[in-house]
Design a protein around this ligand. Structure first.
Ligand code: 5AD
Ligand code: SF4
Length: 444
């Protein structure tokens, strides 16, 4: 009886908003809470503590969380439940939430080890504590509690020093810090032994990874032979820091996936300068050419933002021209929203009307769809190595997996299992999904 009571009082639930980094952070938080006697509840309504892992990168992400908090207030009124916000949170959004007094505690991404104390304080009625701990953490001493099987993520750098003028990350996550390479390699080996088949190394800017004299290319070069049958992916790359050495290493190791996510943000030099992106359109295009020369089979994806401050129609056309020149495999596209605390918020005018941002966004999304279809068609008739990750969402008789280029492939299940590698012959395609049938086994 006593035991049951304790379990109930210490149960928590985490809701994730935002990027892969947040999911990876939640796995660290779960591990910290487990060590401190807390229990993960599968059901939000049964938990006593609800953690919201928030994202402030765009205004829309904050609005989504705000609506969710309103929606769940009834739980708070009914039971004695604690609401805690973790993750990226702009100061302005935190102040709004503080005023509404609906949150019991806030924990910044460098203070997760203190979460048990935040909870204990909130229980005895000391709410709204916010740690100003600015010392960046790598959490290398914590073994994350991985929520996924087969494929997972591991942060190798945290924070960002780039100061792109639109971006809130340097303010919410602090300065960049890299994890010890021995920890990264040991953790990947441990995952490998536990049956994982793919690891994605995460960072706001993985290419600037630095540990003493070791850079990102050295890390990849050491890691790849240690886990020879495990796929290695990484995200995100910054065009400014992508070196020839990194490209050579990707090309050299068969288990390093042939896909680079290379956010360009804009095709206009004027806008890139205003964004403080530290490369020009010409440099970016020559980098793409280099990638295609060194790793011919490499897929390339992007992030592009429309409607940044002072973006005129001709700047937008520059972006369209750049997309036409590169013809990316896929991309993530957003319209700009001004983020409190950033340089752009303080010094530049968010002067592109909402409807123009949306119109330009639609144009680039439509164009990308065309390019994606064109690129996908290049795979029809070819045989691809696929890691089976799960059931296709649209048809439970089909498996879902990805090739080395990170393109989604679906095919009839036959007698294969999740976690197996197999060769699939591509027979048809849409702009988002390759469709095929199993060709033969891969021996791994
Ligand atoms: N408004 C819109 N999109 C943004 N991004 C970052 N900051 C903003 C912002 N203020 C986009 C960029 C980045 C991706 C993760 O989110 O394209 O690469
Ligand atoms: Fe933000 Fe730029 Fe750092 Fe990416 S590189 S997290 S966009 S500041």
């Amino acid at each position: 009886m006593e035991n049951n009571k304790k379990e109930l009082n210490n149960s928590f639930y985490i809701e994730n908003y935002g990027c892969q980094m947040n999911v990876s952070d939640s796995e660290i938080v779960i591990s910290i809470l487990f060590k401190n006697g807390f229990f993960l509840s599968k059901n939000l309504k049964e938990a006593n503590i609800i953690l919201f892992n928030s994202c402030s990168i765009r205004k829309k992400a904050e609005l989504t969380l705000n609506n969710r908090l309103e929606e769940l207030q009834y739980l708070k009124r009914k039971n004695k439940i604690l609401f805690g916000i973790i993750g990226c949170l702009s100061k302005q959004f935190r102040d709004i939430l503080l005023k509404k007094k609906k949150i019991d505690f806030f924990v910044n991404p460098n203070s997760y080890k203190e979460i048990p104390n935040f909870i204990k304080n909130a229980i005895i009625g000391k709410p709204y504590i916010y740690s100003n701990n600015q010392k960046n953490e790598t959490y290398s001493d914590i073994n994350p509690f991985y929520l996924k099987k087969i494929t997972t993520f591991l942060s190798i750098t945290r924070g960002c020093n780039n100061m792109c003028t639109f971006c809130v990350v340097p303010f919410t996550r602090g300065r960049e810090i890299s994890s010890n390479p021995y920890y990264i390699i040991e953790e990947c080996k441990r995952l490998y032994k536990n049956g994982y088949k793919e690891i994605t190394l995460l960072g706001q800017n993985v290419d600037s990874y630095k540990w003493n004299n070791m850079d990102f290319s050295d890390l990849l070069n050491f890691l790849a032979p240690e886990i020879p049958f495990m796929r290695i992916r990484f995200s995100t790359s910054n065009p400014h820091d992508m070196s020839d050495k990194i490209l050579e290493v990707i090309s050299k190791h068969s288990n390093i996936c042939k896909h680079i996510h290379l956010p360009v943000q804009s095709g206009s030099n004027k806008i890139l300068k205003l964004m403080n992106r530290k490369y020009t359109r010409e440099k970016y295009i020559s980098l793409i050419k280099k990638i295609r020369k060194i790793i011919p089979e490499c897929s390339i994806s992007h992030d592009i933002m429309t409607g940044f401050c002072n973006e005129e129609e001709k700047d937008h056309q520059d972006t369209i021209d750049l997309m036409n020149e590169i013809q990316y495999n896929y991309g993530y596209m957003f319209s700009y929203s001004s983020r409190p605390g950033t340089y752009a918020y303080r010094k530049l005018k968010d002067n592109v009307p909402h409807y123009v941002k949306k119109k330009r966004l639609k144009e680039i999304i439509d164009l990308q769809k065309k390019h994606s279809l064109f690129r996908m068609k290049e795979y029809v008739g070819k045989i691809q190595e696929v890691l089976i990750e799960g059931e296709s969402k649209k048809n439970n008789q089909y498996w879902y997996g990805r090739n080395t280029q990170n393109l989604v492939i679906v095919f009839p299940k036959e007698s294969y299992k999740i976690g197996q590698f197999t060769y699939v012959k591509i027979t048809e395609t849409t702009s988002a999904t390759l469709i095929g049938k199993i060709y033969k086994d891969v021996k791994k």
